[in-house]
Structure formats: structure tokens, C-alpha cells
Design a binder for this molecule. Structure first.
Ligand code: TYM
Length: 329
């Protein structure tokens, strides 16, 4: 089976529907055909300040949501990045073949550091994409399913793999990003031109997998729309309605074109109620399962430890290959 790799930050504990639609839905489908590795990237999370105790809890909370959403930890390898030391080791090696300007062109770094101010932003935030490249290359991943915002990082990974192979001999598999079309980017419900993100100013535009059903419905009812009153997709002039259509399409498995026909002539109120029903139907069982898993943290820790051992074997072998290729060991 070909290898697949993807990961997610534990930054807020609760995943949002953008993570679910942009990433987890694809992961769940792809784990059938791939030898899949999914990490909780706690080393990435500490590129911005974290509270130690909260971070540890958030890692478990995210693991519970992965499993609750259908990632099967007895088939796919679901583990925590910091449990496998090879990530940090390979990241160092890759940093030595990454250009300063090349790293400086990463738009996520530019956005995040602009928000924090150049002096507040850490060097780790700058080298973040190199650690992500190490994640992917350690596992010889052929496919990397991500949301559209991570595409540039996967492209950097491809460049680094190609460069390393050219310089030191064939060592790494060059990965391909797998990005879902319409739903590659889900937007904030209150500000539908900004991507839905844990770092948004308010949580009103964010649909969290751990939100109670009534809260999800309320956020959807208050989503920003427009004055036209017609349910149709048009990213430029109707970002709010277009985003709700993308969400409904992803959780219901129906095309946006079909949905436009179904809601032709209907008011936004009725449309939003249908979106809320569909989102709640999808998210509530995941929330219930995640909360049940969190009742037994020792069992979650056991799963994560067993999977870290599996991941280490693969990662150590690749690291050894890379070290030898450059004249170490
Ligand atoms: P992160 O934690 O920001 O997001 C996890 C996944 O969710 C996707 N995503 C979205 N998709 C659609 N709409 C949105 N609004 C939205 N917000 C987030 C992201 O694209 C991502 O797929 N650097 C990565 C984590 C990472 C990784 C890796 C991914 C570390 N190492 C190796 C793949 C392979 C990140 O911060 O994702």
C-alpha cells in the first residue's frame, strides 16, 4: 500500500468544521487504500506560547476527536509528534538545505508574524514549515491530504526532497498534496472572507466539533449572508452563502448545484435551518464518542504510546538513511 501522511495542531483542543471537512473527512476515506500515519503536531504547537498543562490535555482531546471521527487507530497509525524524536532530528538536517529567502516566502509565516510583530515571533515559527517537511519525509509519504492553506508547505517539502535527493542520492519520496476541490477552504461564519481558524478574534464564526448541538445551530442561524435573498454560490459577491453551501455539501455528500436547485425560491432562514440540521447530525455523534473516549484517558494514552512505537520504527529507519547519505553516523 502507498503511504499517506497528515497532521494537525492540538492548539485549541476542539477541532473545527474546517479541520473536519478540509482534512479528516478525506483522511477517513483514504485510510482504506493507504498505509496511513496521522500525527498530533505538538512540536508545531509550541511555536506560539502554550500553557504546559493545557497543551497536554489538548493533545488527548484531539486524539479522541480523530478516533471519534472515524480514524481507526488499530489500522492507521495515530500518534503524537513529540513522542518520536526523529522529527526534530530530521528537521535540523533539512534546515541546512533550506534557503533563508525560501523560508521567508511562506505566506503562513508572513501572516502569523505580522499579527504578532517581528520581535514577538519566534525562530521556531519561521522554521515551522521545515519541521512539517521532516514529518512528511520521515514516512516516505506519497500522498499528503491537507486543506488548501497547507499547500505551499507541501510544495516546499517537495522542493527539499528533490534537492536532497539530487545532492546526496535518492533518499526521500517526493510527496504529492491531495486537496479537495470545493471545500478545500472553509470560512469564518461571521467573516466569510477569512478562513475559519482557531486564532479568530471571536468564537462565533467557528463551528467546533465539541460544541453542543444548540450552540452549533445558533452560530449557523447568525451566520453573515447578504441582501440578495437567493441561495446560490458566488464566492466574490456572496461569500457567506457560498460558505454555507460548501459546508452543507460536504456534510451531506450532495453537490452545490443540487443544493442550489433544492433551495431555489427559499428564504435564508429555511436554508440555514437545513444547514444546522445537517451539521448537527454529522457532528453530534462525533462529539458524543469523543467525550466518552475522554472518560478513559489511560486507554487513550495506551493507544498513543503503542502507535508512537510503530511510527518510531519507520521514522528511525528513514533518519538513518538520511544521516548516512550526508556523511553522518
Ligand atoms: P492545522 O492544524 O492548522 O490544520 C489541520 C488541517 O485542517 C486544515 N484546515 C482547513 N481546511 C479547510 N478550511 C479551513 N478553514 C481549515 N483550517 C484548517 C488544514 O489545511 C490542515 O490540513 N501545519 C499543519 C499541520 C501539519 C501537517 C504536517 C499537515 C504538521 N505537519 C504534515 C500535513 C503533513 C497545520 O498547522 O494544520
Amino acid at each position: 500500500k502507498p503511504r499517506l501522511y497528515s497532521g494537525m495542531q492540538p492548539s485549541s483542543g476542539s477541532l473545527h468544521i474546517g479541520n473536519y471537512i478540509g482534512a479528516i473527512q478525506q483522511w477517513r476515506a483514504m485510510q482504506e487504500e493507504y498505509d496511513a500515519y496521522f500525527s498530533i503536531v505538538d512540536l508545531h504547537a509550541i511555536t506560539v506560547p502554550q500553557d504546559p498543562r493545557t497543551l497536554r490535555e489538548q493533545v488527548r482531546t484531539v486524539a479522541a476527536q480523530y478516533i471519534a471521527a472515524g480514524i481507526d487507530p488499530s489500522r492507521s497509525c495515530l500518534y503524537v509528534q513529540s513522542h518520536v524524536p526523529a522529527h526534530a532530528q530530521l528537521a535540523w538536517v533539512l534546515s541546512t538545505i533550506t534557503g533563508f529567502g525560501e523560508a521567508g516566502r511562506m505566506t503562513q509565516f508572513k501572516d502569523k508574524s505580522a499579527r504578532q510583530g517581528a520581535d514577538a515571533a519566534s525562530v521556531g515559527l519561521f522554521t515551522y514549515p521545515i519541521l512539517m517537511a521532516a514529518d512528511i519525509l520521515l514516512f516516505d509519504a506519497a500522498a499528503v491530504p491537507v486543506g488548501d492553506d497547507q499547500k505551499q508547505h507541501v510544495e516546499l517539502t517537495r522542493d527539499l526532497a528533490t534537492r536532497f535527493n539530487a545532492r546526496y542520492g535518492d533518499t526521500f519520496t517526493v510527496p504529492t498534496p491531495v486537496i479537495q476541490g470545493e471545500a478545500a477552504r472553509i470560512y469564518d461564519l461571521q467573516e466569510p472572507t477569512a478562513k475559519m481558524s482557531k486564532s479568530a478574534a471571536t468564537d462565533k464564526g467557528l463551528l467546533s466539533l465539541l460544541d453542543e448541538p444548540a450552540r452549533l445551530a445558533k452560530k449557523i442561524r447568525s451566520a453573515v449572508t447578504d441582501m440578495e435573498g437567493v441561495v446560490r454560490a458566488d464566492r466574490a459577491t456572496k461569500p457567506g452563502v457560498t460558505n454555507l453551501l460548501a459546508i452543507l455539501s460536504s456534510v451531506s455528500g450532495r453537490s452545490v448545484a443540487d443544493l442550489e436547485v433544492e433551495f431555489d425560491g427559499q428564504q435564508y432562514g429555511a436554508f440555514k435551518a437545513a444547514v444546522a440540521d445537517a451539521v448537527v447530525a454529522e457532528v453530534e455523534p462525533i462529539r458524543d464518542r469523543a467525550l466518552a473516549l475522554l472518560d478513559d484517558p489511560a486507554e487513550l494514552d495506551r493507544i498513543l504510546a503503542a502507535n508512537a512505537a510503530r511510527a518510531s520504527e519507520v521514522a528511525e529507519a528513514t533518519l538513518d538513511r538520511a544521516y548516512r547519505a550526508i556523511g553522518l553516523r
